[in-house]
Write a protein that binds this ligand. Structure first.
Ligand code: SF4
Ligand code: SF4
Length: 86
């Protein structure tokens, strides 16, 4: 459902917000530095981090670019970089 609301519930019901549209910077995971601890997945407020086998990935459709994952990563494996053009 298309909406102008900034929260996922309103008079019309519950709906999905593509929080990736809020992002101005993109997180990048350096897979060679990642130790698979899962902190990024646990702390991401929008559930944009997923684990595929031994690899953690970030879904940019929902990542809002808050940088929490980068702050919480114990290995500094996540950097926030300028946004790609859409
Ligand atoms: S927090 Fe950092 S080290 Fe841990 S899984 Fe995420 S990217 Fe890897
Ligand atoms: S930048 Fe924020 S929203 Fe995006 S993956 Fe990291 S914690 Fe989640």
């Amino acid at each position: 459902m298309e909406t102008d609301y900034i929260v996922p519930i309103g008079p019309d019901g519950i709906f999905e917000i593509k929080t990736g549209t809020w992002r101005t910077v993109d997180p990048r995971i350096d897979q060679s530095s990642c130790v698979r601890c899962g902190a990024c997945l646990m702390y991401c407020p929008v559930g944009a981090v997923t684990r595929e086998g031994e690899v953690f990935r970030i879904d940019l459709e929902y990542c809002k670019g808050c940088g929490i994952c980068a702050n919480e990563c114990p290995k500094g494996a996540i950097t926030m970089e300028g946004r790609e053009s859409a």
